[in-house]
Design a protein around this ligand. Sequence first.
Ligand code: NAP
Ligand code: LUD
Length: 286
Amino acid sequence: MSAQRIEGKVLAAAVKARAAAQVEQLKRQGVEPCLAVVLVGENPASQTYVAGKERDCAACGIRSVRYDLPAETSQQELLELLARLAADDTVHGMLVQLPLPAQIDEQAVIAAIPPEKDVDGFTPVNVGRMMIGQPCFLPCTPAGCLEMIRSTGISIAGKHAVVVGRSNIVGKPAAMLLLAENATVTICHSRTADLADQCRAADILVAAVGKPGFITGDMVKPGAVVIDVGINRGADGKLCGDVDYASAAEKAAFITPVPGGVGLMTRAMLMENTVQAARRAAEKNG
Ligand code: NAP
Ligand code: LUD
């Protein structure tokens, strides 16, 4: 069998077209959706991702403001900027690109984002709301994964989903969203004893490990849906995922590519969240 590629580019374009239509409507009501993106230091990958987010904003008609702070920025300075953005009514969504330099406490920074502007869905309030199924901003990468799984047309309910990785930004929330869709969910991590067996049991396999080619074809159940969240540089310097695409595609029914997969959906879901933040702010202000 040769798997069907789940095209991030096509799906992201559809999500962004939907967002753009809503932006048009908000603008007619006198609201210009605006996203503030804060980048600390000069991590080249972060710069690429943030540039992509700015391009997506422009394509959707969303105003974006970018703050580039030097790597030596103190936590206090960053918190002061966030307080200004939090108080600025023209800013609807705000995010601080991760990772942050070592002198800055990530959780303290996330806590400085008001939940109603937290378009990454990283604040404790939004994480808690997601856990109990209340309306919230869904974290962009897991939400993008869900959108890609849904696009296959398979029904998630009752399926065995295996998520490899338990980070706060990908693995844990991805598992929670799959659970909310009534999958039976297994979360694997570096201390999982029988990882290959666990993976082979998966109807839906989500890989968020951060190791190039970590998931190989022998770990994929025939007919599975494989979602590759990883973004790594291979030995050849090229971008690659956590899944060995060639061998996994021989077993899977559907598989996401890297590049051109989950990364593009992460950006698209951010546009959706930003529009939602602007819409809620507009409703609140009359
Ligand atoms: P992370 O915080 O480093 O977490 C990696 C997870 O993988 C951890 O839970 C770790 O287990 C687990 N792991 C590591 N080695 C393992 C092993 N040998 N066996 C089983 N599990 C293992 O990474 P992350 O932020 O979740 O990101 C994961 C990957 O996704 C990275 O390549 C990152 O660049 C990419 N990413 C992509 C997007 C996107 O939009 N496409 C978004 C975010 C991240 P422990 O918890 O036990 O250490
Ligand atoms: N921090 C993210 N850190 C890293 N790929 C992203 C990402 C676009 N606060 C905060 O944006 O949501 C976040 N919020 N993340 N990520 C990863 C994570 C964050 C990853 C990939 C891409 C955003 C992306 O555009 C393209 C693709 O896979 O096709 C190609 C990118 C390239 O390097 O050419």
